[in-house]
Design a protein around this ligand. Structure first.
Ligand code: ADP
Ligand code: MG
Length: 274
């Protein structure tokens, strides 16, 4: 049985326009997608195609207008500790230290107070932040804050990690090193990861499957399986990124996306002239 199933998921928003009353706006239109346990699936699509909407639905932060999302065979109706979410902007508590922020994730799960600090330290170590436990978010770099956010969502041990462009605000080098760390964490923990990005290289580097979305209303245009032989034992980092196979996947996904980005720009132009 698949871990996560999207069945004909549609999401419409009602928007108010001055003088024109309310309008229905379709953000997602009939999303079908299956994700296996332990899979790393990346969703790419042009800006505004409904990627965040899709992740919010899976996180239980909002409900589909029609269709349904199953997690372990059960419909998703609310947020839950079985899903950890990491957003693009570090949603950390500014008044808490790195350790305190990771502990925060454990408070909801009923881990006894004394064990929380130990557990939080372990997860800060996992993301390479040993020695920074007592720093507050403003004393950390962007990359470090995002590591804290990842440690926080891993600490309460959710089966599924949902990530919405978590590295988009970081510089290229930090982004690449966090991609490597995330891959390592995924390999060690066996979690199911759903990762949203608009970056093609990031998608090819991280995903076992890359779901390419159409421009809005968002649908799944194609799911591209990305196989670099046995990736765990195979190439890493720059070697993988500069391999001919990598270039082939990048081109395949670029081609799929290119038409969609062009269509999205056309839509915007038309709307601007209405
Ligand atoms: N709460 C909302 N109310 C109205 N429209 C929304 C809402 N959330 C998102 N949208 C619209 O739905 C579309 C998809 O948004 P989003 O999922 O954020 O796209 P992406 O993450 O792919 O950039 C956008 O056009 C956005 O303006
Ligand atoms: Mg988004």
């Amino acid at each position: 049985m698949a871990k996560i199933v999207f069945e004909a998921v549609t999401k419409t928003f009602r928007t108010k326009h001055k003088g024109r009353g309310t309008q229905e706006f379709t953000a997602l239109d009939g999303i079908d997608l299956e994700i296996g346990a332990g899979e790393f699936v990346v969703v790419v699509g042009p800006s505004g195609c409904g990627k965040s909407t899709l992740l919010d639905l899976l996180g239980g932060l909002s409900r589909p207008t029609s269709g349904r999302i199953l997690l372990d065979g059960e419909p998703v109706t609310s947020p839950g500790l079985d899903r950890g979410i990491v957003f693009q902007q570090y949603a950390l508590l500014p008044w808490r230290t790195a350790l305190g922020n990771v502990e925060f994730g454990l408070e909801a799960t009923g881990v006894p107070r004394r064990q929380r600090a130990t557990r939080a330290r372990e997860f800060l170590e996992l993301v390479g932040l040993t020695g920074f436990e007592d720093r507050h978010p403003h004393e950390l770099s962007g990359g470090m804050r995002q590591r804290v956010a990842i440690a926080r969502s891993l600490a309460y041990d959710p089966d599924v990690l949902l990530m919405d462009e978590p590295f988009a605000a970081l510089d290229a080098q930090t982004r690449e090193s966090l991609q490597d760390e995330l891959r390592g964490i995924w390999q060690r923990t066996g979690k199911t990861v759903v990762f949203i990005t608009h970056g093609i290289e990031e998608a090819v580097y991280l995903g076992q499957k890359v779901a390419v979305m159409t421009s809005r209303p968002g649908r799944v245009k194609e799911v591209v399986p990305v196989t670099f032989g046995d990736r765990g034992a195979g190439l890493q980092g720059e070697e993988l990124r500069s391999s001919p196979e990598f270039a082939r996947y990048r081109h395949e996904i670029w081609t799929l996306l290119h038409d969609e980005v062009a269509r999205a720009q056309q839509l915007e132009k038309e709307e601007a002239t209405v």
